[in-house]
Design a protein around this ligand. Structure first.
Ligand code: ATP
Ligand code: MG
Length: 607
């Protein structure tokens, strides 16, 4: 196909929608979780709920006023890595629901695992959530919480479970515990320690806390049912001994709660109403409810209790969305760092030029369901494109420059041509681009021997220099290797764009250019998919062996002079090429380096 006038096709309503702020208004597509919330609100399920202004146990909330938040949700990252695009789905969902239903969304760091957690991740996560347009502050109250602040309560909850006969210390070895757990077809076997006295279990648990036993030598388990068909209910572990320094509590503790025990407690202390998580936790839901029921019976927590709902996690083709794999990519130096623009981390996506508005469009588009599936990376790119098409001004860059000389154009003449800054926003007016005798054009806009359907420059053919004149190719020059070094043309003086004679000659090709004297040479990075495999790592393949060797190409382009003085982070559409952002990290004053965010879709239609 010929490039011609490329642009994008979309409706005015759509532009207005994607230009509106992050508030998921009535346009936000419905989903089963919205259905649950609407049902709960209709049934007034949470009407008596109180909130003491901060998280706490039953007595803390008992005499507190009625909660002004209709619902409470939370986004609970573990600060053990950088957030990725999958997390964005969870952020939009949780914060979006709170916004739409007069609720509050907490940002909670789920930092109950002392290893691998650190402050750098905490800072980056806060930054990412704000960047996506959400705040954990409401009416001047911050709802930023740390699960590690609840360690005292969790310990107390564990003691209370022992006292009510619902937990016990198991001294079996990890191997014995595994063997006695049974299988999908066989029930498990009770531990010989299970029926010791409450006093003994309590004393052993206190010894665990006091550092009297080595790591891994005993654990605290919930006493449920070793024959349960749900293996997660076969006396799951709730506390383990682990001598590790915690980023928040230091060396105060040598025992730490297990995630599946801690999570429902965190939700309950924070009076969360709808605890939304990914499908892997579906089988844990009975244990989530079991813990809360027991602690409500023991008067440590109060009703109404939080409920867990599961949705399908986001899987994106040609990408890996797992903190562990992302860590491997960074530590193995397969990418330049956490914010490498090829990575699906939010830091990387931001540097690539992806925008919060683009993410919102994408997340709305893919919806929320209970069925696991892969979302095509192209859907993400298309969402970004649609937003950038509206937001970005146009500029001109020649990515693979070759000289074009207009032999019949006066040597020292410079002439103003007028290029619209944004074809959809005439109010942004036009800017002047200078025409002169020597120009740069794209190498691929010339062919010595044209193929069929090639309507651009070849000897004898005419094209329009966009915003300028029609030129006719008269000859070209080659070097000794046969490489074309210069295209030679004549211009037709009456055909300037915007003048009455511009239509006097019809041509099929329309190419962009910059004047040699009014352009500068600058660095541009062209990105492609990080993986060549559609489902990296699937079917026992090694995702590290599926990296695309051509995922980044650095080139020297000829760019319109006005691009020299822009600010890092500024974004443009380079006509016919796609969307680009001035890199925030590597750009220097007056020397921006551009990252390609996305190409223009070549099936796009005329504006
Ligand atoms: P990873 O598997 O990448 O380590 P995680 O689930 O361990 O992710 P957390 O920090 O525990 O990461 O996640 C915080 C929240 O984000 C959780 O509620 C989790 O369900 C959600 N989340 C994580 N990955 C995805 C995903 N791919 N799609 C949707 N939500 C996700
Ligand atoms: Mg996790």
């Amino acid at each position: 196909m010929d490039w011609g006038e490329l642009g994008h096709h979309f409706s005015v309503e759509y532009c207005l929608y994607i230009m509106s702020d992050n508030k998921t208004t009535s346009q936000a597509p419905s989903n089963f979780i919205r259905g649950v919330i609407e049902r709960d609100l209709t049934n007034k399920s949470y009407d008596g709920k109180t909130w003491a202004g901060s998280p706490g146990d039953a007595s803390h909330h008992a005499k507190a006023p009625i909660d002004t938040a209709k619902i409470r949700t939370r986004f609970p990252p573990e600060p053990n890595g950088y957030l990725h695009i999958g997390h964005a789905k969870s952020i939009f969902l949780n914060f979006g629901l709170a916004k739409d239903y007069d609720g509050i969304c907490h940002l909670r760091f789920d930092d109950t695992n002392p290893e691998k957690e650190n402050q750098e991740y905490v800072d980056s996560i806060k930054n990412n959530v704000s960047w996506l347009g959400f705040s954990w502050e409401q009416n001047k109250t911050s709802h930023l919480y740390f699960a590690s602040h609840y360690f005292d309560f969790m310990y107390q909850a564990a003691e209370s479970l022992i006292q009510s006969g619902h937990a016990y210390v198991d001294k079996q070895t990890p191997d014995e515990i595994r063997i006695h757990r049974g299988s999908l077809t066989e029930p498990g076997k009770n531990s010989p320690w299970r029926d010791k006295s409450t006093e003994e279990h309590l004393a052993w648990f206190r010894e665990m806390r006091d550092g009297k036993h080595p790591d891994g030598s005993m654990i605290l388990r919930a006493k449920i049912d070793m024959a349960s068909p749900n293996i997660n209910l076969r006396d799951p572990a709730i506390y383990r001994i682990k001598r590790a320094h915690h980023h928040n509590t230091g060396d105060t503790w040598c025992i730490y709660p297990m995630y599946t025990f801690a999570h429902p407690i965190e939700d309950a202390l924070e009076k969360i109403t709808h605890s939304i998580c990914t499908l892997e936790f579906e089988d844990q839901r009975p244990f989530y409810d079991w813990i809360l029921d027991r602690l409500i019976d023991n008067s440590l927590l109060s009703k109404p209790q939080p409920r867990q709902y599961e949705f399908a996690r986001l899987n994106l083709t040609y990408a890996v969305l797992s903190k562990r794999k992302l860590i491997e990519l960074v530590e193995g130096k397969h990418v330049t760092g956490w914010d490498d623009p090829r990575l699906p981390t939010l830091e990387g996506a931001r540097r690539r030029g992806y925008t919060p508005e683009g993410f919102k469009l994408f997340i709305d588009r893919i919806g929320v369901s209970k069925a696991d599936s892969w979302i095509d990376y192209a859907t993400l790119e298309e969402s970004m494109r649609e937003v950038l098409n509206v937001s970005c001004e146009r500029r001109i860059a020649v990515l693979d420059p070759i000289e074009l000389e207009i032999t019949n154009y006066p040597d020292n003449k410079e002439e103003d041509c007028f290029a619209p800054n944004h074809p959809l926003k005439p109010e942004l007016e036009k800017r002047i681009v200078k025409l002169s005798k020597s120009l740069w054009i794209e190498r691929e806009d010339f062919m010595e021997e044209p193929t069929k359907q090639f309507f651009r420059l070849y000897p004898g053919n005419m094209v329009r220099l966009r915003y300028g004149y029609v030129v006719k190719c008269t000859s070209f020059e080659k070097d000794t290797n046969g490489k074309v070094t210069k295209v030679i043309c004549e211009y037709l003086p009456d055909t300037k764009s915007g003048t009455p004679g511009s239509d006097s000659i019809k041509v099929k090709g329309n190419i962009h250019w910059v004047s040699n004297a009014h352009s500068y040479r600058g660095k541009v990075r062209l990105y492609d998919k990080l993986f060549s495999a559609e489902h990296p790592g699937s079917h026992d393949t090694n995702y590290l062996e599926q990296l695309n060797p051509n995922s980044c190409t650095a080139i020297e382009a000829e760019l319109e002079k006005s691009l020299e003085a822009i600010q890092p982070g500024d974004q443009f559409q380079f006509e016919r090429h796609g969307y680009f952002i001035a890199d925030v990290k590597d750009s220097k004053p007056n020397q921006p380096i551009f990252n390609r965010t996305a190409t223009l879709k070549d099936t796009s239609q005329k504006i």
